[in-house]
Structures are given as structure tokens and as C-alpha cells.
Design a binder for this molecule. Structure first.
Ligand SMILES: [Zn+2]
Length: 101
């Protein structure tokens, strides 16, 4: 499975985003759109889905391991976030994440 970020295009992904585990873009949007709409009050058309490239091991450990094992797409909206920039997509250390430190 791949890691996708689901966010509101108008608010921007800095305002909050969910992690979606899915096999492709279409599946990611189907899995995450209701949660994004609920969290950000987004219209369906404003939902952004972005593939997170690179090493996402730190995200996979926060995924539902059982669903991951059985290839079931799902999303996570209570991720560990960086205490400095508030993002969760980079590897988080004590002084910030690899995005901002
Ligand atoms: Zn950071």
C-alpha cells in the first residue's frame, strides 16, 4: 500500500490533513473524502489527495497493522505531529521534524 495525504485544497494541507493508506489515488479518495469533508467542512471538489513519496516507514507504523496486512484501505486522523510545525508527514525528532529542523 501507499501513503496519501487527504486535505482541503482551500485551507491547504498546513491546516490539517489525514493520512490515507490505499493502493491507488482513486481508492485513497474514496477512503478519505468523508473524513476530510467532516473535519474541514470541505466540498467534495475541494478535497486534495497527494501521494507521499519517499520513505514512509514512520507513517506505516502508525497505520492499522491488521488492515495493512490484509490490504484494506483506511485512514488515520490522530497522527503524531511535529511540535514545531504541526505536520506529520516527515520523520519527527525532539527538535522538530525533517521538514523544519
Ligand atoms: Zn516540523
Amino acid at each position: 500500500m501507499k501513503c496519501y495525504m487527504g486535505y482541503d485544497k482551500i485551507a491547504g494541507c498546513g491546516e490539517g490533513a489525514i493520512l490515507i493508506l490505499a493502493n491507488n489515488y482513486k481508492e485513497a479518495k474514496q477512503t478519505g473524502y468523508e473524513s476530510v469533508m467532516e473535519l474541514f467542512g470541505s466540498e467534495y471538489i475541494d478535497i486534495g489527495i497527494k501521494l507521499l513519496k519517499g520513505n514512509n516507514e514512520h507513517l506505516f507504523v502508525q497505520a492499522d497493522q491488521n488492515k495493512l496486512l490484509h490490504n484494506i484501505p483506511h485512514f488515520i486522523d490522530d497522527l503524531e505531529t511535529c511540535s514545531v510545525c504541526g505536520m506529520w508527514n516527515a520523520v519527527i525528532g525532539e527538535d522538530g521534524c525533517t521538514n523544519c529542523s
